[in-house]
Design a protein around this ligand. Structure first.
Ligand SMILES: [Mg+2]
Length: 208
């Protein structure tokens, strides 16, 4: 519980500190973006060398233990493009089933575990140390503004904000509703911030 409150306070502080970066990502991210829409070759051409993937919402619906079948080919392509040990899973739930799945099916994909949960940037910093790759060449793919995207802002990596995450409301209606509400609240918070900022700018304009 103590850890939860520490993380909550850290999230609030960092959201305020990185509010401009978060707003930019929120405003510039395509609506209804799913992981399968990401063209990995394009990222490689833009200088990305390391791919870091969240799990829930990004590779499958919430609490699934394996990525969607439809993403198998995409993951294989990711490994071919970025190379073994340059593709990571950074989830706040790196359980043993998920770790074993990747060990068995995608050996070049490393699952980060034993670090503080996002938005702490510990996982991303560990990836920077493992790969010796500058943060600017690392891409974090995440569906949560105030966890994964915020961690990417703190670590100064690139980010792909998944605005249309995978869900399965039929299988887990309560969990999916809870996480949808969290995502909705994050977006509303950013929307409010952007509106207030716009208003402030137009008022300044009027005074001048
Ligand atoms: Mg997620």
């Amino acid at each position: 519980m103590k850890r939860f409150f520490h993380r909550l306070i850290f999230s609030l502080k960092m959201s305020y500190q990185y509010r401009k970066d978060l707003a930019k990502i929120y405003l510039n991210s395509p609506r209804r973006l799913q992981t399968s829409h990401l063209v990995l070759n394009d990222f490689k051409a833009q200088g990305i060398e390391v791919l870091v993937l969240d799990f829930d919402g990004v590779l499958a619906a919430h609490a699934e233990q394996t990525p969607l079948d439809a993403l198998q080919q995409w993951l294989t392509e990711g490994l071919a493009i970025f190379g073994e040990n340059h593709v990571f899973i950074l989830s706040n739930k790196p359980n043993s089933q998920r770790i074993q799945y990747f060990q068995k099916n995608f050996q070049g994909v490393q699952v980060i575990s034993g670090v503080r949960k996002k938005p702490y940037a510990d996982g991303l910093q560990q990836i920077i140390e493992i790969t010796q790759c500058p943060a600017a060449h690392i891409l974090m793919v995440d569906d949560r503004l105030l966890t994964g995207v915020l961690a990417a802002c703190i670590a100064n990596t690139q980010v792909a904000y998944i605005t249309h995450p995978y869900t399965n409301f039929e299988k887990r209606p309560l969990q999916e509703s809870f996480f949808s509400l969290l995502r909705f609240s994050e977006r509303r918070l950013m929307q409010t911030y952007c509106l207030l900022k716009k208003k402030k700018l137009s008022n300044q304009h009027k005074v001048q």
